[in-house]
Design a binder for this molecule. Sequence first.
Ligand code: PEP
Ligand code: MG
Length: 570
Amino acid sequence: MFKGTNASAGIGIGKAAVIKEVEMVIRPDKVASVEAEVQRFRGALADTVAQTTVLRDDLATKVGEKEAEIMNGHLMLLADPMLTSGIEDAIKKDGVCSEYAIETTCTTYADMFASMDDELMQQRATDMRDIKTRLQQVLQGIKPVDIASLPEGSIIVAKDLTPSMTAGINPANVTGIVTELGGKTSHSAILARALEIPAVVAVNGVMDNIQEGDFIVLDGSEGIVIVNPTDVEVAEYTAKRDVFLKEKKELEKYIGMPTVTKDGVHIELVANIGNPEDVAKVLQYDGEGVGLFRTEFLFMDRTSMPTEEEQFEAYKKVAVGLAGKPVIIRTLDIGGDKEIPYMGLAKDENPFLGYRAIRLCLDRKEDIYRPQLRALLRASAFGGIKIMIPMITCLDEIREAKALIEDVKKELDAEGIDYNKEIQVGIMVETAAASLMADVFAKEVDFFSIGTNDLTQYTMSVDRGNEKISYLYSTFNPAVLRSIRNIISCGRKQGIMVGMCGEAASDPMMIPLLLAFGLNEFSMSSSAILRSRKMITEFSTEELQAVADKAMSFTTAKEVEAYMKEFINQ
Ligand code: PEP
Ligand code: MG
């Protein structure tokens, strides 16, 4: 049995299709004519661009626009004059063949990207190696591995699945993916999830231990791979697969159903998204709107700030896609810990306590905040957009942001541009200060959304990304629970909507407590919506009061967790 990283949920059972790239021997062979060699390279470059364009279009139709973006990234690299002239210079300077010039130039870039301590750059390195291999294959007349025609019931086993290979996968024939490299957020993992194919990545030694045709069982939820399993194991995993698929199927009946508790309380069940392409999944899983659009993704992975126009188009696309349903868009939540090179931010000593989110936006009103607010207001003419301000700690921030919004409105009025004059403005309640001041803040805003990811971090003084102290990071800690209960109660007293968009909103052990506290809106990843709807419709908020009272009587996180676990397993 092998253990790896669980990259895409579900059980895969089938025969190994081991993908081995043809070994290419790349030598510094001298060429007779440097000019002719440069032409040969340019021909191969054109062919590779054409191939990549086909792959991109395939991905766009088979998987989605977001996934096709990966191939757009490749096309951008292939069009980068730094890279192509670097290769041509190597041919000219050293008089070597194109294959070798590509090898040295691309490897230099790939190594440079790989040495950076940033997941995005690691991915760039993979992309660069992918491009290198494909250019060399074109030059040598080697056909890329034909993944598209694998037989039904195949489990792909590969060192790393390059994005270009993944693009060729036919989900009807591939029942699982196992790779030696990669991580949860590598492109192959993202694509596997988008195609809903179970996958385990980062499995040590699979290429040496799995042969073509071996029988494989994999559990993409647990990160387990079994090679040539026993009959008992096959039976066990077949049963697990049936349960997984049955549950998935059963949840489909909740599509189109209202989210109402047994005692008639209407709950808004909405989605967290990161870019306009995510709207497809929101609709697929019947989200009732968007409770959190993290706009920082529009600013990442690019070399300059998105313009007002680009942002307007993105926000409008989401508003139109959701056809009038509520769409809460959070203004830029970025800062010290998230590097955006073109913003020229100095490294913060304490990024989570530093210059970020609303603090940064209010400091850079003209070049950052005003264009974003203009884009948001303009897009509000096309759907149910609400504006949400992150990382609020004091009243002055709320007032200053609201004053700027009013100023932008006047600007738009003067320009005769349409927008929703009644647009709602709310805040994320995710700091200890905001929680303690919730009664006051509730009088100043139209809604709250509780960000438990940060609220837990700031309440417990525990870095949300630090493994060593992760035992302290629990939303079930009574301190965090009291905070959540207080925020909901203050919002409800003032008659404003209170939602939650942190991960806790979809935690089955937390949902009963949140219902009892009176939370109005639950926002989560689209794939969790149907499961949560099922759960919510099975409870009565009145009956849950006793459960919440009992849970709040405990004094440690462990006791609360144990109690809630027992309660939901009943
Ligand atoms: C949160 O803090 O709970 C939240 C939803 O925002 P983020 O995870 O983007 O900080
Ligand atoms: Mg947050």
